[in-house]
Design a protein around this ligand. Structure first.
Ligand SMILES: NC(=O)c1ccc[n+]([C@@H]2O[C@H](COP(=O)([O-])OP(=O)(O)OC[C@H]3O[C@@H](n4cnc5c(N)ncnc54)[C@H](O)[C@@H]3O)[C@@H](O)[C@H]2O)c1
Length: 276
């Protein structure tokens, strides 16, 4: 029989959870899962507030407790103001999920510049990606740490990627007419984020603040080219890409007391790809 106390440790009821990039594809899945579990959700995303509200006007989100801020995570003042706004409404911050990143879906128009040969890769774009994917999480962590210290603890999850463990296999992006190479800044920033996670965990353990990284594998959608989905899926042990709601439970584990003795780790959920 399952010990009911063990199940209670997964509870997120009344926890105040900030999700950066929460208007995005996976961020909305986390918000829905956590909101249904009784958490109070705070969304920080740099899309405009109209788009943000529109995304969250879907019926399944209507009964959830959600606060929105349209902010850029690379702007320290923006982030500090959003921390104050969060405290004004919800009075505490239990969890920060650094999920925002420059990660345009394969096949989308905005992804074109992030798939060019590396000797042509624009350095300004490389810098911007490092800024959003790595400096942004540092800025957000810096802003919530004083609050979590004052509260006597907290949880931070930094969303990395399977490419924090391995390099991208370019063959999955290529078809014979169109050679594509996923951004080198993406892999560099996500690998750096795992190092930053360890370093922050080593400092914050003394304050009962846990910091872990989460490294998901690629998620398939019907908007992606079907041949790409097939090729990408064949690179892991389960032979398919992840489904969009397949990471919510793993994230619940990281954000709740279920992972109370885990810090400085990188939880990899990639269909076995990096173990192969
Ligand atoms: N989708 C996948 O297959 C996959 C796989 C592995 C890792 N990841 C990681 O998961 C996270 C979410 O990915 P996704 O697929 O939902 O991406 P997404 O592009 O749908 O969402 C990212 C969100 O971040 C926001 N954002 C970008 N720059 C920002 C900034 N400067 N300030 C505030 N918000 C900003 C965007 O507006 C967007 O809503 C990312 O960290 C990504 O690297 C995704």
């Amino acid at each position: 029989m399952i010990n009911s106390k063990a199940l209670e440790k997964f509870s997120l009821k009344d926890k105040v959870i900030i999700i950066t990039g929460g208007a995005g594809f996976l961020g909305m899945q986390y918000a829905l899962g956590f909101g249904k579990a009784g958490a109070k959700i705070v969304i920080w995303d740099n899309c405009n507030i109209k788009k943000l509200k529109c995304a969250y006007s879907l019926w399944e989100y209507r009964k959830l407790k959600i606060l929105w801020s349209s902010i850029d995570v690379t702007d320290e003042q923006n982030v500090e103001k959003s921390v104050s706004d969060t405290l004004l409404i919800f009075e505490r911050i239990d969890v920060l999920i650094n999920n925002a990143a420059m990660n345009p879906a394969v096949g989308s128009e905005e992804s074109q510049k992030q798939f060019v040969p590396y000797d042509e890769y624009p350095i300004d774009l490389f810098r911007k990606e490092i800024d959003v994917n790595l400096v942004g999480p540092m800025i957000c962590m810096k802003a919530v740490i004083p609050i979590m210290k004052r509260q006597g603890g907290g949880v931070i999850v930094n969303v990395a990627s399977e490419v924090s463990n391995i390099a991208h296999d370019h063959r999955v992006y290529n078809d014979p007419e169109n050679r594509k190479y996923k951004s080198p800044a993406y892999t560099a920033s996500k690998t750096g984020l795992v190092g930053l996670t360890r370093q922050m965990a080593a400092y914050l353990g003394q304050y009962n603040i846990r910091v872990n990284a989460f490294s998901p594998g690629g998620v398939g959608t019907d908007k992606m080219p079907a041949d790409f989905v097939k090729r990408f899926g064949s690179t892991n042990m389960l032979g398919r890409m992840a489904k969009e709601n397949e990471y919510v439970a793993a994230m619940m584990f990281l954000c709740s007391d279920a992972s109370s003795f885990m810090t400085g780790a990188n939880l990899t959920v990639d269909g076995g790809k990096s173990s192969w």
